[in-house]
Design a protein around this ligand. Structure first.
Ligand code: FE
Ligand code: CA
Length: 485
């Protein structure tokens, strides 16, 4: 798709400060030759009213330095903020040094952005003794403030994973903690306003300014329970176009065929960790029909009842089989562990697509990649579970570990909490459950140990709320399954 043939503005003036939505960086990778990272901003002097920009493309300058005062600028350039992308900017500098901090900023006309800090990934395969990251999910603006994002901004981390539900597509709810000023999004303009409202939040801006992020959407970036082929393609396309994230240019909807964003990807951190970021939404098939469900070996439905699609599944298995990393992490949107024993329902996660989960379980059992750990969002509560080779037999091998982090703000609801608690005993592979919301998970990784700290804000009614660790777990190298620390 070509950029609009409007006159490029190289020195525009603005009705107001254009960097209202802050800056961000993402997708730190090492491509074997050098480190890369994506820098992001969006020009929006009037963010909640269409952006307030002229209909022209605009030239934006950018700089990267090795110090926060920009005395040693190591890279700089110009990039177009296209009107058709609502004047968002994606810069993908390469040739960076691995495993180091950089500071970056943007300039347009006489305006200058806030300063962001990012950190590049270490050299792929090189010895790495430690890394730290946080993972988060489910940040509903209306349900509360973001003390979690503020706490993350204050942490010392290599990277932040957001595993989905970055926005919620709900309209203003007068009963909520902070009422949205934007309508329920249905088209491009309203999705853009929703993102703008979130990105105006100072604590979210601080967390994005301090660390590189790895993001993957779940359903609410489009609409509740969005799965695979959208019922409303126009709405899904609008949601995809408005997904303002620091993603590599090839993940842009403008580079994609139709509305699909190519989002599944992998990231190496030295020889310590290999992260496989899954896309469990865009390729999902119909859930199996319990009436006709047969065995995974004989039933054709075993192939079509898909979760991530055959291509992505083959990609995942190839990555796991060939990985030389000590820890093989799967960044995942929805619960992968089984929770159907004794329960009428399920977690609306991989439980719904048992064959797809069984294939992963069997793969992990057959190939035994080094230390598989799944990190997950979506459920608005905390879980720790063993991943089993074969769930109907609790004595089958434990082949991996899953940590599910609670929401940043989104509620759980009493009936879900009660249902989950009720079936704990029937699912002995599940090691931990906590129903509280408003938190995140920190992980500290060494070759010997994975350490998880689960954290909660005292309250999400107060943006200044303290955030504290409430449970810690370790996974030891070579021993799948978590232990209380
Ligand atoms: Fe959610
Ligand atoms: Ca979700």
């Amino acid at each position: 798709m070509a950029y609009s043939r409007n006159r490029l503005l190289t020195s525009p003036t603005f009705s107001d400060y254009p960097f209202t939505l802050g800056i961000a960086s993402g997708e730190p990778v090492h491509d074997g030759t050098s480190a890369r990272v994506v820098l992001w901003t969006r020009l929006a002097p009037d963010p909640l009213n269409g952006g307030g920009m002229p209909p022209n493309d605009v030239e934006v300058r950018w700089e990267m330095a090795t110090d926060e005062n920009f005395t040693n600028v190591v890279q700089s350039g110009t990039e177009i903020a296209p009107a058709m992308e609502a004047h968002s900017v994606h810069v993908a500098p390469y040739g960076l040094e691995p495993a180091r901090y950089y500071w970056y900023r943007f300039k347009v006309g006489s305006e200058i952005s806030p300063v962001g800090r990012t950190k590049t990934a270490p050299e792929t395969g090189a010895p790495l003794n430690s890394m730290s990251f946080a993972f988060v999910s489910c940040s509903d603006f209306q349900e509360g403030y973001f003390p979690v994002y503020r706490a993350i901004a204050e942490e010392d981390l290599d990277v932040v994973f957001h595993l989905g539900d970055f926005i919620y597509e709900y309209g203003p709810d007068p009963e909520s903690t902070r009422v949205s000023e934007t309508p329920a999004p249905t088209d491009l303009e309203t999705y853009r306003s929703t993102y703008a409202e979130y990105l105006l939040d100072p604590d979210l801006q601080a967390a994005r300014a301090m660390h590189p992020w790895e993001v993957i959407p779940d359903d609410h970036e489009t609409y509740n329970n969005f799965e695979g082929a959208p019922e409303d393609e126009a709405q899904a396309a609008a949601a995809a176009l408005a997904y303002y994230m620091p993603l590599r240019p090839s993940a842009s909807p403008h580079a994609a065929e139709g509305a699909n964003l190519l989002l599944y990807r992998d990231v190496n951190y030295g020889d310590l960790a290999h992260f496989n970021m899954l896309d469990t939404r865009q390729y999902r098939g119909e859930p199996p029909d319990p009436e006709t469900e047969g065995s995974p070996e004989t039933d054709d439905a075993a192939i079509t009842n898909d979760m991530i699609g055959q291509e992505q599944e083959a990609w995942l298995f190839e990555n796991l089989a060939s990985s030389g990393a000590r820890w093989n992490v799967i960044g995942n949107q929805i619960g992968m562990f089984d929770y159907t024993a004794g329960s009428e329902g399920d977690l609306m996660g991989w439980d719904d697509h048992g064959y797809a989960r069984d294939r992963i379980a069997r793969f992990l059992d057959d190939y035994r990649p080094s230390n598989p750990v799944v990190i997950t969002g979506d459920l608005h509560c905390s879980w720790v579970s063993d991943l089993k080779a074969y769930y109907p037999d609790e004595n089958s091998a434990t082949v991996g570990t899953e940590f599910i982090g609670t929401s940043i703000t989104s509620g759980l609801g009493e009936s879900y909490a009660n249902e989950y608690k009720e079936h704990r005993e029937d699912n002995p592979h599940v090691k931990f459950f906590d129903e509280r919301t408003g938190g995140y998970v920190r992980v500290d990784l060494t070759p010997e140990e994975w350490r998880t700290e689960m954290k909660l804000a005292d309250t999400i009614e107060d943006r200044e709320s303290p955030v504290r660790t409430f449970a810690s777990f370790v996974v030891e190298d070579g021993q799948p399954g978590a232990k209380r620390a």
